[in-house]
Every structure is written in C-alpha cells, then in structure tokens.
Design a protein. Structure first.
Length: 253
C-alpha cells in the first residue's frame, strides 16, 4: 500500500515536517515522487520509519541512526531483537524503581522497615545494567568475567555514603579536568589531581588489590581509542580525552 506524507505522518503520529526533514538528510527518502510532486511511501519506507522511531526511543541521534540503517550488514531482525532486549531491561528497571518507591512510602508510614542498602538498590542496579549494555562485552574480554562480576558485586554492596561519594567524585573529576585544560599542562597540579581523583573513583569499583599504574594507564588508552568512552570525556571540553590520557601517562609513569 502507498501513503502520502500526510497519511504516513498521521499513522506514525509524527509531523509531516519531520518526514520531509528525514528525506532532506537522506535518512528516509520516499519510494518515489508522483508527477504532482507528492512524496509516495511504500511498505519498505514504513518499515524503515518504524526502525528509525525505535532507535529514537533509545536515544540515538539521527546521524548515528542513518549510519546504522544504511550499513551494508544492517539486519532488521537483529536490530529488533536488540530493541526488545533494551525495552525489557528498561521495563525491569522501572519495576524495580516502582518497588523501591513503594517500599519507601511504606517505610514512611511505619508499615515497613527499609534498610539503607535497599534505598539505593534500584539506582545501583540501573548503573550496572547501563555499564553492561554499553561496555560489558569489551570489559569482560579485556578484564575477564570474574573481575567484572566482582566490580558489580561491589557496586551492589555500596552504602548510601559510598554511592553518594561515587557521584561526587565523578563530577569532581570532570570539573578538575576542565580547569586543568585551561592551564594546557597535563603535568600540572590540576591535571595530576584529576588523575588522583580518578584513581580514587576506580578503587570504589575495582576489587581490593586490582589497581595498578599499568592498568590505570591502559584504561586511559581505552578512553582515547573507544569512541563511546571518548564521547563522554569530549562533553567536558573538546580534546579532553587526549589531554586526560597524557596526564594519566605522566601520573602512571
């Protein structure tokens, strides 16, 4: 069946302007353009639009989506399975948060005695799941299942104070890297302070005795070579990943 811009936009619950923009950037061209100038969409474009909207729900930007769906090895079935796994994971996370809020309300009413660990269980599990989804495969290949599982267990056993410290350290590291970049000196006091804070942050996750200068430096190299890590540090400031790695090489020398 063929659809006009208005018909497809109405069916997908998006604006006609969105469809036209997708065509302009080469993300979703119509099957053909009718003699009257109207865009015409068919089954293939309907399926592609569904895939695009799935990816948008998962937070991907249009540039990344275009790269994925136009890749020669793109497999729609695999992509859908990946979407399903992500949605199930989100559903489980929401259910845990609902349970956590419910227990908190009962605790406030005196109907349930909630332990400190329980208060942050949902948030810690979310952190583990996000890390597994983004970096789990590479981390397990590089460091081994035992190391990753031990790190996850350490996260789950964190107290409220430890969990809050991790959050504070993460922000302090980023702030310090940004200030250090203004000096332009990876060997300077601020840059080396960022490395020391990063070591402290790592040891909150790594099992006792796992830290070494060599492991720390290798992790910094992974930040530079892996685009997912690099994109995180580039949000601090352009060039932050390479600057931080240079500082880490000095710190770990």
């Amino acid at each position: 069946m063929a659809y006009t811009v208005h018909q497809l936009a109405s069916m997908a619950n998006i604006s006609t302007r969105t469809l036209r923009y997708y065509d302009e950037i080469g993300l979703l061209p119509p099957a053909r353009v009718a003699p009257n100038g109207y865009r015409v969409y068919e089954r293939e474009q309907v399926d592609a639009l569904q895939q695009i909207l799935f990816f948008r729900e998962l937070g991907l930007d249009l540039k990344t989506i275009k790269k994925i769906i136009t890749a020669p090895d793109f497999n729609r079935e695999r992509a859908l399975q990946s979407h399903l796994n992500s949605l199930i994971s989100k559903k489980e996370q929401i259910e845990r948060l609902i349970s956590n809020v419910s227990k908190t309300l009962k605790s406030l009413k005196g109907e349930y005695e909630m332990g400190d660990h329980e208060k942050f269980e949902g948030f810690k599990k979310k952190l583990i799941e996000e890390n597994e989804e983004k970096y789990g495969k590479e981390a397990r290949e590089k460091f081994g299942d035992e190391t990753v599982d031990s790190s996850n267990a350490k996260i789950m056993s964190m107290t409220q104070e430890q969990y809050e410290k991790v959050e504070r350290l993460s922000q302090e590291i980023n702030d310090t890297i940004k200030k250090a970049m203004e000096t332009g000196d990876p060997a300077g006091e601020l840059a080396q302070k960022a490395c020391e804070l990063h070591k402290e942050w790592l040891c909150m996750f790594w099992q006792e005795g796992a830290y070494s200068k060599e492991a720390h430096k290798n992790l910094g190299l992974m930040y530079v070579t892996d685009e997912r890590f690099k994109s995180y540090y580039e949000k601090i400031a352009p060039g932050a990943t390479e600057f931080f790695y240079e500082a880490l090489k000095i710190y770990c020398s």
